[in-house]
Design a binder for this molecule. Structure first.
Ligand code: NAI
Length: 506
């Protein structure tokens, strides 16, 4: 089945945040578009919000008034639900409730021609379950847009057990014509993004609960890793009620698998009504004059007079180039495991062990571990963790070394797997599980995480860059340290690591 033609009519039901944005996308693509809502005030607010969006585009010089007028001419509100009959595609963005959605689609199938494609923007309900109430379940598909729909590129095209492959192909091609980056997935809990991204919040919450660092410091080091927003500022933006509800629903959908264990700390915020930006307080305080806490960074340290790089620094090899361009004399020596040798100690990329464990294993008391970054040259903050017996002098040298490279240092508690590397490895692990369970393919996962949550690299591409063996080692070390099933490596990751395989073809 081909993509919708421009002249094909599209209807959007539910004129809230998502429905209005989706209607704007369809109208911008040239379709005659109808927007309907049971609540007339909401309907007019929806149309108004599209107008306001477009006005902003004109003011910013991103759209001409002609293009705006054209788009608005394609969009009209409907007074009666019956007006959506005759649409080729009807997208639902109403309240997130199974019975309400089933009842709407049943009603639509009663008065629409049999070939009408029905799409749900649900973020958490099963497409198979919604379709179970329908006479023609093959015509129902998930079309999961991200907020704001007119801006975010990702659309998860979700097939239930009965969805016709031809419908999925047509919707994928249509979304592509709308300028989106569609990815196809089977209807499984959380689809792709909401499932894989759980680790981004869960590891940060765990580190906070264990007192590894404060909110603002953890956010800064995660941004230093390459993520566009720190986990706490992001949860505050999403709203803790929503973020916590997604976690609990996925945790229960996976039969309480500890990989998805919700956080008591986040529940406390929900219970206390501290839902984030929308209520003025969450992890941060957004009220007037509240100010923003700064990350806790180390005072200037005396950089070492010279360093020797032993072996290859692997994922941190770019640090060698940065050091070579700095004023610190650098020499290199072959070795099996990469580290930066100090006068009396070592600095190494975290491998999931604590610095203390590593110093005992290596017999080097002055051991300092550093965290991962997708691009050290752009990192503004990095986490360092000294082992239990590390001298103040070696820690100051390690600090001074990163400061010389223009990176601010946050000295955090000696936790197994520093914030970025442990979070990334858990994201990779969930991505590998998603792939192993045939929810979608590897390209879909990476596209989803880049286009849906703006990660700097898809987790599987990032794993290939690090090598699956390194990710496996970090997870095994985390699992050993915690004795917790949560960190058990995916079978697929283990296979890739053991066979020297990659997730994407080179
Ligand atoms: P919203 O609360 O802003 O809007 C929902 C609208 O649907 C309201 O205007 C309401 O009057 C209308 N409505 C409710 N029942 C209706 C019915 N039976 N017939 C017609 N209109 C009805 O909600 P929002 O945030 O736009 O979410 C809509 C859907 O999109 C939900 O399924 C949600 O899970 C999903 N979603 C939400 C995202 C978000 O970030 N807000 C992201 C992706 C999906």
């Amino acid at each position: 089945m081909p993509a919708l033609a421009k002249s094909d009519r599209v209807a959007v039901i539910g004129a809230g945040i998502m429905g209005a944005g989706i209607a704007q996308v369809a109208a911008a693509a040239g379709h005659p578009t109808i927007l309907y809502d049971t609540n007339r005030t909401a309907l007019h607010r929806g149309i108004q919000s599209v107008r306001e969006q477009l006005d902003k585009q004109v003011k910013r010089g991103k759209m001409t008034s002609d293009a705006v007028n054209q788009l608005l001419a394609n969009l009209r509100p409907a007074d009666q639900i019956g007006e959506v009959a005759g649409s080729h595609l009807i997208i639902e963005a109403i309240v997130e409730d199974l019975a309400t959605k089933q009842s709407l689609f049943t009603q639509l199938q009663r008065f629409c021609p049999p070939q009408t494609i029905l799409a749900s923007n649900t973020s958490s309900l099963s497409i198979t379950a919604i379709a179970s109430a329908l006479v023609r379940p093959e015509n129902l598909i998930g079309m999961h847009f991200f907020n704001p729909a007119q801006v975010m590129q990702l659309v998860e095209v979700v097939s239930g057990i009965n969805t016709s492959p031809a419908v999925a192909e047509s919707i994928t091609a249509t979304a592509l014509n709308w300028g989106k980056r569609p990815v196809r997935a089977r209807s499984t809990p959380g689809f792709i993004v909401n499932r894989v991204a759980r680790a981004y919040y869960a590891e940060a919450l765990r580190l906070l609960e264990e007192g590894v660092a404060d909110v603002s410091t953890l956010d800064a080091v995660m941004r230093g890793g390459g993520f566009p927003m720190g986990p706490f500022e992001l949860m505050d933006l999403i709203g803790h009620d929503i973020n916590y509800a997604v976690t609990t629903s996925i945790h229960s959908a996976f039969y309480n698998d500890p990989r998805f264990l919700p956080s008591q700390r986040q529940k406390e915020l929900v219970d206390g009504g501290l839902l984030g930006r929308k209520t003025g307080r969450g992890f941060y305080d957004y009220r007037d004059n509240a100010g923003r806490p700064q990350p806790v960074t180390a005072p200037p340290g005396a950089a070492p007079p010279a360093v020797e790089i032993v072996g290859d620094l692997g994922a941190a090899e770019s640090l060698a180039e940065m050091l070579a361009e700095s004023s610190i004399p650098v020499s290199r020596k072959p070795g099996t495991r990469g580290y930066i040798a100090l006068e009396n100690g070592q600095i190494a990329l975290s491998d999931g062990r604590t610095a203390t464990r590593r110093s005992l294993d290596d017999g080097i008391p002055d051991t300092i571990l550093f965290d991962l970054s997708v691009n050290y040259a752009k990192a503004r903050h990095i986490a360092l963790a000294p082992g239990h017996n590390c001298s103040d002098r070696s820690l100051a040298q390690a600090t001074g070394l990163f400061q010389k490279l223009g990176i601010q240092v946050a000295v955090v508690d000696d936790t197994p797997g520093l914030p970025v590397i442990r979070t990334l490895c858990m994201l990779v692990n969930e991505a590998a599980e998603t792939l192993l369970h045939q929810v979608c393919d590897a390209v879909a996962i990476d596209t989803a995480m880049e286009a849906g949550v703006n990660y700097p690299l898809g987790p599987l591409a990032w794993a290939d860059r690090l090598s699956p063996a390194v990710v496996l080692e970090v997870l095994e070390n985390l699992q050993r340290s915690y004795g917790f099933d949560r960190y058990r490596p995916s079978l697929l990751l283990r296979r890739k690591a053991e066979t020297g395989g990659r997730f994407h073809d080179a």
